[in-house]
Design a binder for this molecule. Structure first.
Ligand SMILES: NC(=O)c1ccc[n+]([C@@H]2O[C@H](COP(=O)([O-])OP(=O)(O)OC[C@H]3O[C@@H](n4cnc5c(N)ncnc54)[C@H](OP(=O)(O)O)[C@@H]3O)[C@@H](O)[C@H]2O)c1
Length: 285
């Protein structure tokens, strides 16, 4: 344990997207550091395999379905007294022409709306921790994102996969910033980060991103899942969580390499409001 790290013994950590990739590696490392890790995934088989390796129950939810997220939140709320750290890591790139069973553009729902709803429904258990933190896995792709509040589902604009994905990841930054502001009285901090170009299963739901991530040439530009997971472990353990509250990091370091909209406080508040409406919850949750 590094001197500036907190002791994870007795801490409860919820991590989504932990059935594979950087989430699976981070779940195992956080478990080894002594945390009680609750891990979620979409694929029951993959989630079960990782859960078994850390002695946890597999929690299954498809973020393309808001009802799955509601059920997942109810399940977690029943299992734990408090949550010290919530890591919103599930996500990926999806064909923007598709619609989720809830009727949303998939990059918007899976990368933002579902994690937004999950975070809101776990608010009470976060508030019960003495030093709660929320960590959102964003992406450098946020730089090509563009949020249009009355067109979050890309019905009036032409959506490319990169722009729709980047917009979801831009929302992860605004979500972290806005929760840091709204939930400050309870001491809940919010941080978003880019893990780097990780050679994971990333891109498997998408033709074009999949092509880039499946090429053998990726060894020249990508990092390993262990390297990609290291910012998650760092952010979940560093003692100075206040110093990165409301901050976006490029791996381990605060970064200003974001879309302009990432620092728009009015937009962050309006996005929270609109997301709450679409998720069917009160914005004051
Ligand atoms: N890899 C990169 O270069 C890179 C760069 C920047 C940001 N990121 C972000 O890092 C995070 C982790 O990605 P990764 O690289 O570890 O990719 P990965 O290996 O593809 O893992 C993605 C995780 O998200 C879960 N997931 C995907 N769609 C889901 C859905 N509809 N409902 C619930 N869970 C879902 C997957 O679950 P199943 O496996 O069970 O389906 C898996 O656990 C993502 O948010 C990604 O956007 C990755």
């Amino acid at each position: 344990m590094r001197p500036e790290s907190i002791d994870l013994a007795g801490k409860t950590i919820v991590i989504t997207g932990a059935s594979t990739g950087i989430g699976a590696v981070a779940a195992r490392e956080l478990h080894e550091l002594g945390a009680n890790v609750l891990m979620t995934g979409r694929s029951p088989e993959k989630t079960r395999a990782v859960a078994e390796s850390i002695g946890a129950e597999p929690l299954i939810a498809d973020f393309a379905k808001l009802d799955d997220v509601r059920r997942l939140a109810a399940d977690i709320n029943e299992r734990v007294e408090r949550i010290d750290t919530l890591i919103n890591n599930a996500g990926g790139t999806f064909k923007p022409g598709n619609r989720t069973p809830d009727g949303h553009e998939p990059n918007f729902q899976i990368n933002h709306l579902s994690p937004f709803l999950l975070t809101a429904l776990l608010h009470g258990k976060l508030a019960a921790s003495p030093a709660p933190r929320v960590i959102n896995t964003s992406s450098i792709a946020n730089r090509v994102g563009k949020i249009v509040l009355d067109d979050l589902d890309w019905e009036r604009r032409h959506a490319t996969e990169t722009r729709a994905y980047g917009s979801g990841k831009l929302m992860n930054i605004l979500h972290a910033r806005e929760l840091a502001r709204r939930w400050a009285p309870e001491g809940i901090t919010g941080t978003a980060f880019h893990p780097g170009p990780v050679a994971s299963e990333f891109g498997r739901d998408s033709f074009w991103v999949g092509v880039a991530y499946r090429t053998p040439l990726k060894r020249f530009w990508s990092i390993t899942v262990e390297q990609g997971a290291s910012p998650i472990v760092d952010l979940a353990t560093r003692a100075d969580r206040e110093s990165i509250n409301g901050v976006y990091l490029h791996r381990h370091k605060p970064s200003t390499r974001t879309a302009k909209q990432a620092t728009d406080a009015e937009l962050a508040s309006a996005l929270w409001q609109r997301s709450a409406e679409l998720a069917g919850i009160s914005p004051d949750i």
